[in-house]
Design a protein around this ligand. Structure first.
Ligand code: GLN
Length: 289
């Protein structure tokens, strides 16, 4: 059993003991997680934690830290505990209705930007749709790079749309975003130069086998892609075919081994692959366009 955090200890000593407890429990990022949790409770950034290293914690601070430490030790992801995750350099608030944005998903942003820039249209007043936006990660990353674009985000979850809209406001993009509560592209009208999506794509039978940090804390609706994992693509690809401008792009995230099937669905809807899928940092084909 590990020692619980106590009041009267200094910032430095409690950070060290929390690191040791997380390490002993097998957490890979023990050092970083301990810093983030101590920083969250005390409202300190990295510098503040160094300059304030000798200050003692109050009982209330020690209690709050212990509560967060217990949540982390019970397997809750650090991003869920902090309620925020960085994506494309942007701090994004999360809620129970949103997936924690993954670094792999930045591959979708990269591919979309490559296509628009190669076409020389990145500076235009583009209309971009993000189907099943969740926290707004993909759309907000794109808006941060495309100064004249307007984003239309859909989600079937009211709570997700509220989270995404809060993120847009915090980042200064409120007047460049429109929120639509609907299933993928069903509620959209008009033509879009770019449509993006990271839909649920885990086959239903595989959801139970996902890592506990994903299975127990990410919303099932954002993970479960039906029997073969491709249900969402069937819906959103055929919808997108009717929503793109001629010469417009559709860029979607896919799971491992799904890129061929998703390309085939695109071709069947009259959309032509722009090139091979773009691989993520782990070398897995991740963005199909
Ligand atoms: N990449 C996520 C995971 O494997 C799944 C996200 C999704 O289904 N879109 O945890």
């Amino acid at each position: 059993m590990s020692e619980p955090a106590g009041h009267g200890q200094t910032v430095e000593s409690i950070r060290r003991s929390l690191t040791a407890r997380l390490k002993a429990a097998g957490h890979d990022a023990a050092e970083l997680d301990a810093r983030l949790l101590v920083g969250a409770v005390l409202g300190l950034d990295l510098t503040g934690m160094i300059t304030g290293a000798k200050r003692a914690l109050t009982r209330d601070e020690a209690d709050r830290l212990e509560h967060l430490a217990q949540r982390r030790l019970a397997g809750e992801p650090i991003a869920r505990i902090l309620g925020v995750k960085e994506f494309w350099g942007l701090p994004l608030h999360l809620s129970a209705a949103t997936l924690v944005p993954r670094p792999d998903t930045e591959t979708v942003v990269e591919r979309a930007l490559e296509l628009l820039r190669a076409d020389g249209v990145a500076e235009r007043a583009l209309r971009i749709a993000d189907l099943g936006t969740g926290s707004g990660a993909i759309l907000l990353a794109l808006l941060s790079e495309l100064p004249n674009a307007h984003g239309f985000a859909t989600d079937i979850s009211t709570e997700a749309l509220q989270t995404a809209s809060r993120n847009a406001t915090a980042l200064g993009f409120a007047d460049r975003t429109t929120w639509i509560e609907c299933d993928y592209g069903r509620g959209l009208v008009g033509a879009f130069e770019l449509i993006v999506s990271n839909p649920p794509y885990i086959p239903s039978a595989d959801v139970a086998g996902l890592d506990i940090e994903v299975r127990a804390h990410d919303p099932r609706a954002a993970l479960d892609g039906g029997a073969d994992g491709l249900d969402a693509y069937r819906a959103l690809i055929s919808q997108s075919a009717g929503l793109l401008t001629s010469g417009g792009f559709l860029v979607v995230e896919v799971g491992q081994g799904q890129s061929g099937d998703v390309e085939a669905l695109m071709t069947a809807s009259g959309l032509f692959p722009t090139g091979p899928p773009k691989a993520d940092l782990g070398g897995i084909p991740r963005a199909v366009s």
